[in-house]
Design a protein around this ligand. Structure first.
Ligand code: GLA
Length: 709
């Protein structure tokens, strides 16, 4: 451990002082982070990028050519830029005590670094504002991903009103040029936007009280020449499922200040004396291998963070939603389960429609016991049948919600989030339970525990189908962030009680996909849109931040319920191979030949799921081609999708930039023709010249298996 004492309050007790002017250098296997440690303020971001040898970075000069009429002592951007004392850019903190103490400026009081040189903890203090901020920076040696954890403590005797606390303030080099971000709507999640980082502030936020469909809390920043496969790229994502915002600002020295954090509602954070406010973690990755390089590191980090179980072979699902909707009938479900088992399905998930009075979406949420008419003997007969067929049984729940037309609401109309004098705004005819009440979470824990104890249920699909509006608690204050913390606590409590139960996070499709809830859930449902053509960009967006085995990917019906478009069974199945494979259709309605094809695809998925859920690379080529490669250096699958009809007589050759140049590969075409060694090729030729594709119609796929010879 090394350390550095600095002026101001706080302990300076550290093993070996770093001589001033000093810096802090952390490294992972491919990344370096260097912070300057000036005497007169918080650490300043000097470098974050591909690994440098220790001691080789130039010292940052404090000398600037100052514009005329500047402050005599200008304040540069730091790890925690305060408000009002000379830093004129966006502050990392905006806080006050009932309007007083609205300025902040921090001194470094402690810097500690571990022996391995991967983790540092920096303590900052403002003795006037009576605030301490602790920032932990850790580059995980396994994944090379930097995790930034920030906490603010109120050292004063009066409450501190916090309007904004950056979970991370990151500074990128001047060549940062474009920012790729994601958002959309229900059934069109993960739509990509790419913006130039110009002179004006770039800003993305949501106040929907959930991660949201509209703005994912993270982005990828590309340098001018970076693309999917090469060039310097940076990524950051906030591990948080509530309101959030991120900004990027071009600084006076052309570098970019990137901040991510929670977005607080007015008055939401009033920190009691001696209390601590913890910001969500930010995961940050940098790679010379472009967008794919950043994604690979994020996948490793999400896998390393847990929650475990998620990397065991991912079982083939059948989800009943689009096959049944609310029309549950036991005999039909039993024959659906038989048809699923016959195809090779391994987990049968009973979706919405099973509980009390749930014949449509206007009734029943909150009454988590089997509907007496549809299930006169409870769920047991169906669960027993499903498990006797060798499948696991999964169940849909939406615990955070209630329909006004439910026994729960009639008994406890005061259990919902609302603001006095404001109307209850329903969405999908439902209201949101106030999870800050322990009687509410105790009730939910009890009903969910009863379900899990009474039946052999090994999987929950946990939904959250609306945004939060007037999220006031019983005290009449905003409860958006507390709602999320209490939802996390409920999930944690259930997981501790039922450690073998897996949980899927869903929120009207992909409204709650983030690295915060991913600590507690094993799978995400990215979208209610099962149209294979729509699904490709949705899935590719998701895969920028999360690994494929966490991404539910189902074969839907034709025509697709969300769009009315028709795609053949092979294309739909090949698109579902990008993630955790499943079905969301009624196999009994399929033609014999489609059913036989689906059976083959399920076998194909099972035979290859180890490499489908390994490292992935994705790319595009001219003429409507998109590709997805997954596997290891020795064995990989390449899936090429043709989205639109060919524009020319022949398809362009497809170079594979991930091929190892001095390796030789044997390439087998698995689909459409199936079987047979196609050719042996050098990795250099594959990377530079590429493969010649078979003739493909619009909305079709071909699949190669590459093995190292
Ligand atoms: C949401 C989910 C769907 C389905 C329905 C059930 O829309 O995204 O997959 O579970 O709820 O009401």
């Amino acid at each position: 451990m090394t350390g550095r004492g600095a002026s101001g309050a706080g302990p300076a007790a550290l093993d070996s002082p770093i001589t001033a002017p000093s810096h802090l250098h952390l490294s992972g296997h491919g990344t370096s982070l260097i912070l300057d440690l000036p005497d007169d303020g918080p650490p300043r971001w000097q470098y974050w990028g591909p690994k440098l040898r220790d001691g080789t970075a130039p010292r940052h000069s404090a000398e600037h050519s100052l514009p005329t009429f500047s402050l005599e002592h200008p304040v540069p951007c730091s790890l925690m830029p305060g408000f009002g004392l000379g830093w004129f850019g966006p502050s990392g903190l905006r806080a006050h005590r009932q309007g007083q103490h609205f300025t902040q400026s921090f001194a470094t009081t402690q810097v500690t670094k571990d022996e391995a040189g991967t983790t540092a903890t920096i303590v900052l203090a403002d003795t006037v504002a009576e605030i301490e901020i602790t920032i932990k920076l850790c580059i995980d040696p396994r994944t090379d991903v930097l995790t930034i954890s920030t906490a603010l403590s109120n050292l004063g005797q009066a409450p501190l009103d916090v309007d904004w606390l950056a979970a991370a303030v990151i500074v990128l080099p001047p060549m940062a040029a474009r920012v790729r971000a994601f958002g959309g709507r229900h059934a069109a999640e993960w739509q990509v936007t790419e913006d130039e980082i110009g002179g004006a502030q770039w800003h993305r936020a949501t106040n929907e009280g959930m991660t949201s469909h509209t703005a994912f809390p993270g982005a990828i920043v590309l340098t001018r020449t970076a693309d999917a496969h090469q060039g310097l790229a940076f990524g950051a994502q906030l591990a948080w499922s509530g309101n959030h915002q991120q900004t990027i600002n071009r600084l006076d020295d052309f570098r970019c200040q990137w901040m991510l954090g929670e977005a607080f509602a007015p008055g939401e954070v009033r920190l009691a004396p001696h209390a601590t406010l913890r910001a969500p973690d930010v995961l940050a990755a940098v790679s010379r291998d472009g967008v794919n390089g950043v994604a690979t590191k994020f996948h490793a980090a999400i896998r390393a963070r847990g929650p475990g179980l998620g990397r065991s072979p991912r079982p083939v699902h059948l989800n009943t939603w689009e096959a049944m909707y609310f029309g549950h009938e036991l005999s039909q479900l039993i024959s659906l389960a038989d048809a699923a088992a016959d195809l090779g399905v391994e987990r049968f998930v009973l979706d919405d429609g099973w509980f009390n009075g749930r014949d449509h979406d206007r009734r029943g949420l909150g009454d988590w016991h089997a509907d007496k008419v549809k299930y006169p003997d409870g769920l047991s007969p169906l669960v027993r049948h499903v498990t006797s067929l060798g499948m696991q049984f999964g169940l849909w729940v939406e615990p955070e919600m209630v329909n006004p037309d439910s026994d729960l609401y009639r008994a406890h109309p005061d259990w919902v989030l609302r603001v006095a004098g404001r109307p209850d705004a329903t969405a999908r005819h439902q209201l949101v339970l106030d999870l800050s009440r322990s009687d509410v979470t105790d009730h939910l824990f009890t009903v969910l525990s009863d379900l899990l104890q009474s039946e052999s249920i090994s999987y929950l699909k946990w939904d959250h189908n609306r945004a939060l509006t007037a999220a006031g608690n019983a005290a009449g204050t905003a409860s958006y962030r507390q709602q999320i913390h209490c939802a996390y606590a409920l999930l944690d409590r259930l997981r501790a009680a039922f450690p073998d139960v897996e949980i899927e996070a869903c929120a009207a499709g992909g409204g709650r996909i983030d690295a915060g809830i991913s600590l507690r859930t094993h799978r995400f449902w990215p979208s209610d849109n099962l149209d294979a053509l729509s699904r490709i960009p949705i899935q590719q967006g998701f895969l920028h931040f999360f690994p494929p085995e966490r991404m539910g990917a189902h074969v839907g019906a034709a025509p697709a319920h969300a769009t009315g478009r028709i795609q053949n069974i092979d294309f739909r199945a090949a698109v579902a191979l990008q993630g955790h494979f499943g079905l969301e259709l009624d196999p009994r309605q399929l033609t014999l030949s489609d059913r036989a094809a689906l059976k083959r695809w399920i076998s194909f998925y099972k035979a290859h799921r180890d490499i489908l859920h390994a490292d992935i690379r994705t790319g595009r080529a001219d003429d409507g081609l998109v590709w997805h490669a997954s596997g290891t250096a020795d064995r990989w699958l390449l899936i090429v999708y043709r989205l639109s009809p060919p524009a020319r007589a022949q398809a362009p050759r497809l170079p594979l930039p991930f091929a190892i140049r001095d390796a030789d590969y044997e390439l087998t075409l698995c689909h459409p023709h199936g079987g047979g060694a196609l050719q042996r090729l050098g990795g250099d030729a594959l990377a530079e010249i590429g493969i010649t594709l078979p003739r493909m119609a619009a909305q079709s796929a071909c699949i190669y298996l590459g093995t190292r010879a």
